[in-house]
Design a protein around this ligand. Structure first.
Ligand code: FAD
Length: 192
């Protein structure tokens, strides 16, 4: 087992494990599930949770950008009074609201028991994508101060870069949707 030092998600402990020959005792098998259905249902729930968590990160970046833009004076006025900055804040709020509605709609489908993996892919992919872009715009609004750990923005941006990859990369969720739309899988060159 090797340990790693990631550049983000510091709360997680990273290791490299190699399972060479192993047997799982029967009393450790998930009850009532066959094949990969059990593990995949865990992934569905984790991806669903991420679709909400990403919104929290986006909201924190928006809040910080709003507060900063109201207090930062440039050319004699708060930068929040300039139309270009308001356009950025307005776009952030619009995307956060859409992401909230998407996650809420997914939660209703989950509760009703009629969600499908493609719904979860769409929400995970979209909400992480917009949260990352919102973090970038928030960093821009903070100017050079945006790179300091005095503000939460770069921390969220770095975490979101990793969230884009784990629990199914952005590309793989796109391919899941692509297969759903067209009926053609393009994960591999093998057609089976
Ligand atoms: C912070 C963090 C925590 C993680 N936690 C866990 C965990 O708890 N358990 C666990 O099992 N794993 C975990 N992972 C691993 C994660 O699931 C993988 O990193 C992820 O699935 C991508 O695999 P990879 O790194 O091998 O990249 P690769 O599969 O090599 O992909 C590299 C790039 O190629 C793209 N790509 C790959 N295949 C295709 C294709 N067919 N078509 C188009 N593009 C493609 C990918 O989208 C990506 O952009 C974690 C990763 C991170 C960053």
């Amino acid at each position: 087992m090797f340990n790693y030092n990631p550049t983000f998600t510091f709360a997680s402990y990273f290791t490299h494990n190699r399972l060479i020959i192993f047997k799982i005792p029967k009393d450790r098998i998930l009850p009532g599930v066959k094949g990969l259905r059990g593990p995949f249902s865990c992934l569905n729930n984790a991806r669903y949770g991420i679709s909400w968590g990403a919104i929290g990160a986006a909201q924190a970046c928006f809040d910080s950008a709003k507060e900063y833009s109201l207090s930062r004076i440039q050319f004699d006025h708060p930068i929040a009074s300039y139309q270009l900055v308001q356009n950025k804040l307005s776009w952030m709020l619009r995307e956060i609201t859409k992401a909230q509605l998407l996650a809420y709609h997914l939660s209703q489908k989950k509760d009703a028991g009629n969600w499908i993996p493609e719904h979860i892919s769409l929400a995970k992919m979209n909400n992480v994508d917009i949260a990352l872009e919102i973090a970038r715009v928030a960093r821009d609004i903070h100017g050079a101060n945006g790179i300091l750990d005095e503000y939460p923005v770069m921390r969220h941006m770095a975490n979101l870069e990793s969230v884009k990859t784990y629990e199914g990369t952005h590309d793989i969720h796109n391919l899941i949707l692509g297969r759903h739309i067209t009926g053609i899988q393009s994960f591999t060159r093998h057609l089976s």
